[in-house]
Design a protein. Structure first.
Length: 480
């Protein structure tokens, strides 16, 4: 499979194509992707700017209808999109099928919310008349990571397009084929130039974030990349919208039913091989329940079958890329060297393929110091530290002792008590007795983080305010 850039609704070939390896079978190629450069970024941004002049004039109803049509097109092709994506990014196929479905749900949620978000406000008194209109900004740069490329792309671009902006998307080099497939499909329903895609790494991303015609950057990815982007945005005073990493705590209260809670916490940590921004990254357990929690967590974790992402029997896939694989392997090595109590669990489903992919066994770390690296970092892989605590006050302090603030969860049989603790957590989102959003939460909770986990929000009605400018018109009435 060979994937080109897509600018002004046309395929653009480039001089170089990068090979993308299957992370679960490195001896196989998932495909070849075109390597863009700064000239392609300029071409794409100019096309988006040109398209903006007429796209901005379309009505919200027209844009909603085009996006609904796009969603139907994606739905028809969901299974091929999921296969391509799973092969290149290593996330289990079953998970990726769900990811496409969830991405479509997010799209439809935001289309449904758009009419209330864009109502024109008119206010009048005897001295004057005021109108406040939300207008599109122009060309928005959309930069997405590899770990959930389909849903993250769809939830990012839907409100941007609904608001009347045009886009240049730069996917991650290790997960761009599925993204290009959906964007090409969507672009067929849009006027040329509204949706553009340029492929490549950080150099291409940086050409995009520094382009003077880009009005805002919407970025999902790591914190250090966000720092570089913010610096580059400063040159031309662009706005930034960041969805960044997390170090989500799960706090188990002493009235929690461990039979119910432990399976959900293990799943909340190890789903997608731990590679999702709001994965549970540390668990706090009362001293009296610690051993029981540990035993149960180990038993459940040991049941994971680690194998190739397209193997239907696998329940845990590989790590997405070499850099991340080495980073997590070194983290585990440092833990081992420190003498901390850790266990590597899970079954090797395809032992003969083990060295041929970025496979890691899930690790549970016990009796860990609350300030240890494994507790304070964003591991973004299958390593879970368990930390004991004595009092609620102590656990709230430990949970908040971080520069991250994306998700968090409280586990208890008493809703009021859990809510009391939830209200004291510094995070963009706190879940009770789950770690993630219900379908209601998905529609209405602004998704994102506080502190260094992000700037701005995605999803819910609030997202539309990220990608608009206000235009106020004030009429001075003649005083009689
Ligand atoms: P990354 O920051 O390395 O890369 C993300 C994207 O930025 C890629 O497309 C990359 O090519 C591009 N990029 C790299 N350097 C750039 C530069 N200088 N200028 C512009 N673009 C540049 O992140 P990753 O490893 O792909 O993804 C993992 C990170 O993403 C984790 O920290 C994770 O928590 C975070 N994440 C956050 C959310 C969220 O919604 N909060 C969701 C998923 C992932």
């Amino acid at each position: 499979m060979k994937v080109n850039l897509f600018i002004n609704n046309e395929d653009v070939t480039t001089e170089h194509y990068d090979e993308v390896k299957d992370p679960g079978r490195l001896s196989e190629t998932a495909g070849y992707i075109a390597k863009g450069d700064a000239s392609h970024i300029d071409q794409a941004v100019q096309a988006a700017q040109q398209a903006f002049l007429s796209w901005r004039q379309t009505s919200l109803e027209e844009r909603m209808s085009i996006l609904l049509e796009s969603a139907e097109e994606i739905e028809k092709n969901a299974s091929s999109i999921a296969s391509v994506t799973a092969k290149e990014n290593g996330i289990l196929l079953s998970r990726t099928v769900d990811e496409v479905k969830a991405g479509l749900m997010e799209m439809r949620n935001m289309i449904e919310l758009a009419p209330s978000a864009f109502q024109q406000q008119i206010i009048e008194d005897e001295s004057g008349w005021v109108s406040v209109v939300k207008r599109p900004m122009g060309v928005i740069a959309c930069i997405v990571p590899w770990n959930a490329p389909i849903i993250l792309t769809l939830q990012k671009i839907t409100p941007i397009l609904l608001a009347g902006n045009t886009i240049v998307v730069k996917p991650s080099p290790t997960a761009s084929m599925g993204v290009v497939a959906i964007l090409r499909m969507m672009a067929g329903s849009f006027p040329p130039g509204v949706i553009n895609v340029v492929l490549g790494g950080g150099d291409v991303g940086s050409a995009l974030t520094s382009h003077p015609l880009v009005r805002k950057i919407s970025f999902t990815g790591g914190g250090s990349t966000a720092v570089a982007i913010m610096k580059s945005a400063a040159e031309t005073l662009k706005g930034v919208h960041f969805e960044l990493g997390g170090n989500d705590p799960a706090i188990v209260l002493d009235d929690a039913d461990l039979n119910e809670v432990v399976p959900k916490i293990v799943e909340g940590a190890f789903r997608r091989t731990g590679q999702f921004c709001f994965a549970i990254k540390r668990v706090y357990i009362p001293y009296d329940m610690y051993d029981e929690f540990y035993e149960k967590a180990c038993e459940l974790t040991d049941a994971y079958k680690i194998g190739h992402q397209l193997n239907k029997a696998a329940t845990m896939g590989p790590i997405n890329n070499q850099l991340q694989y080495v980073r997590i392997s070194e983290l585990i090595k440092r833990l081992e060297d420190s003498g901390v109590n850790l266990v590597k669990l899970g079954k090797r489903l395809e032992p003969e393929n083990w060295e041929n992919g970025y496979y890691l066994q899930p690790v549970i770390v016990r009796d860990v110091d609350p300030n240890a690296e494994i507790v304070t970092c964003e591991q973004f892989g299958p390593v879970l530290p368990l930390i004991p605590y004595h009092t609620e006050e102590e656990v709230i302090r430990m949970a908040n002792n971080t520069e991250f603030g994306l998700g968090s969860s409280i586990w208890s049989s008493d809703f009021d008590r859990a809510l009391g603790v939830a209200n004291q957590i510094e995070a963009g989102m706190t879940f009770i007795n789950g770690h993630g959003q219900t379908s209601l939460g998905s529609k209405h909770i602004p998704f994102g983080g506080v502190k260094q986990s992000g700037i701005g929000r995605e999803k819910s009605i609030e997202v539309f305010n990220e990608f608009i400018e206000y235009h106020g018109i004030n009429y001075h009435k003649k005083q009689s």
